[in-house]
Design a protein around this ligand. Structure first.
Ligand code: HEC
Length: 105
């Protein structure tokens, strides 16, 4: 009987440098390269992902869900799209790790 192996890997050990590539490709159009939403290229009301006090209140689980399932899934603006079609779980973890770096200046 094959053992069901549960790895001891941290669920949220994302790779921020990989996440940066994902962010620049899929997210910066709305959020700006620095996450401050000042690019205003598409939507003005994206919120600022670089404010530490705000980001500290958001858990990694929450960030994962809002990225995977979109704003509407967490009662936020549906203008924040769901990314489950474009991004696998690992890529979402990477981008969460990168988003965390935006407020750590
Ligand atoms: C089409 C524009 C658009 C794109 C592209 C986009 N977002 Fe958003 N995002 C939004 C908007 C609008 C909000 C604000 C939702 C709200 O506060 O109601 C938001 C909010 C967020 C939030 C904060 C949620 C909160 O509760 O404060 C995070 C984190 C986020 N986006 C991450 C990402 C990531 C990561 C990507 C790329 C994979 C991405 N977004 C791509 C429009 C976008």
């Amino acid at each position: 009987m094959a053992a069901h192996v549960v790895t001891a890997q941290n669920r949220f050990a994302g790779d921020a440098s990989k996440g940066r590539d994902v962010f620049l490709r899929y997210c910066s159009g709305c959020h700006g390269e620095d996450g401050r939403g000042e690019a205003k290229t598409f939507r003005p009301n994206v919120g600022n992902l670089a404010i530490k006090q705000l980001m500290d209140e958001l858990s990694d689980e929450y960030l994962f869900v809002v990225i995977q399932k979109g704003g509407a899934a967490v009662g936020k603006n549906a203008a924040m799209p769901a990314w489950n079609a474009q991004l696998g779980d690992d890529e979402i973890r990477d981008v969460v790790a990168f988003v965390r770096t935006l407020s750590r200046h």
